[in-house]
Design a protein around this ligand. Structure first.
Ligand code: GLV
Ligand code: MG
Length: 307
């Protein structure tokens, strides 16, 4: 268990109140599923959704997917019961808890301590269940470095654009899309801030949902933006978005081939046989140790994607 190194190009939202979708999600090619107890589930449906999620995790076939559950945030009355019921019911079938609307390190520490108690009580190895921290407001973003560092369980930092836009009074009703009145990318600073915190602590950085589910081209466009910056994946809400995400967050074949070529050329150049040089020409481009590191990033993602 634990899914720290698992690919998360596509992270599929599945409402815990919908048994049909809990069933269908198992056959979809998403890298990760997160079974939701938060905003996709109405308050009166939450107790039953916990039971649906435990049943789906313990009896379903989630092979190949990272399995997460999104609990309610720590300003609500539901969080502790979400965590206790899900972990007690589905221990051994659960990789991580997604904690939404994280505002400070103490929120992550609360979850870490609670998971430790549960793991001890259940006889599980302590630390097995990961934490994914969703940043959804200004306070969370300001504290994102401390949040990322708050527990060794933290595996990802996730952007939650809908709540975030509301929290800062952004003047748009189209979640995750560019805003015609603004000449640049209104999410650039937020994404970079999250990415820096994630990379500092060796975590995955995950972009949030795009709610125009019929507009797959629009999804690709916004996904490409965070993929180019270095994000590892994005939340998806619909099967059509899964293939797009798996593609966009994998390197293009030509980039992957070029990365492998750079690695080979550099390895040869720095070897005894190649003259032990530190920099070498590859076509018109000079490559050196930094080029090797850049190529390694793309090659690793390409290999993981089976290119
Ligand atoms: C997701 O939870 C969001 O608020 O965008
Ligand atoms: Mg949200």
């Amino acid at each position: 268990m634990g899914a720290a190194g698992h690919a998360r190009r596509s992270c599929l939202a599945v409402p815990g109140s919908n048994p049909r979708m809990l069933d269908k999600a198992q056959g979809l090619p998403a890298d990760q599923v997160f079974l939701d107890l938060e905003d996709a589930v109405a308050p009166l449906a939450k107790p039953n959704a916990r039971k649906n999620i435990v049943a789906a995790l313990t009896t379903g076939d989630w092979a190949g997917k990272a399995r997460a559950v999104r609990v309610n945030d720590l300003t609500t009355q539901w969080t502790y019961r979400d965590v206790v019921e899900v972990v007690e019911g589905a221990a051994g079938h659960l990789d991580a808890i997604v904690l939404p609307k994280v505002q400070e390190a103490a929120h992550v520490q609360w979850l870490d301590l609670t998971l430790t108690q549960l793991e001890k009580a259940l006889g599980l190895p302590v630390g097995e269940i990961g934490i994914e921290a969703q940043i959804e407001n200004a306070k969370g973003l300001v504290n994102v470095d401390a949040i990322a560092a708050a527990s060794p369980r933290v595996e990802t930092v996730i952007f939650g654009p809908a709540d975030f836009m509301a929290s800062i009074n952004m003047r748009s009703l189209t979640v995750g899309a560019l805003i015609p009145d603004y000449p640049g990318d209104p999410y650039h600073y937020i994404l970079m801030r999250i990415l820096m915190a994630a990379r500092t602590h060796d975590l995955q950085a995950i972009d949030g949902p795009y709610l125009q589910i019929r507009d797959v081209d629009g999804f690709r466009e916004v996904a490409r933006r965070s993929a180019v910056l270095g994000f590892d994946g994005k939340w998806v809400l619909h099967p059509d978005q899964i293939d797009a995400a798996n593609q966009v967050y994998s390197p293009a074949q030509a980039d992957y081939d070029r990365a492998e070529l750079i690695l080979d050329a550099y390895e040869y150049a720095t070897s005894e046989a190649g003259g032990t040089r530190g920099a070498v020409m590859l076509g018109d481009e000079m490559i050196d140790e930094a080029s090797r590191k850049m190529a390694l990033v793309i090659a690793a993602k390409g290999r993981a994607a089976g290119l």
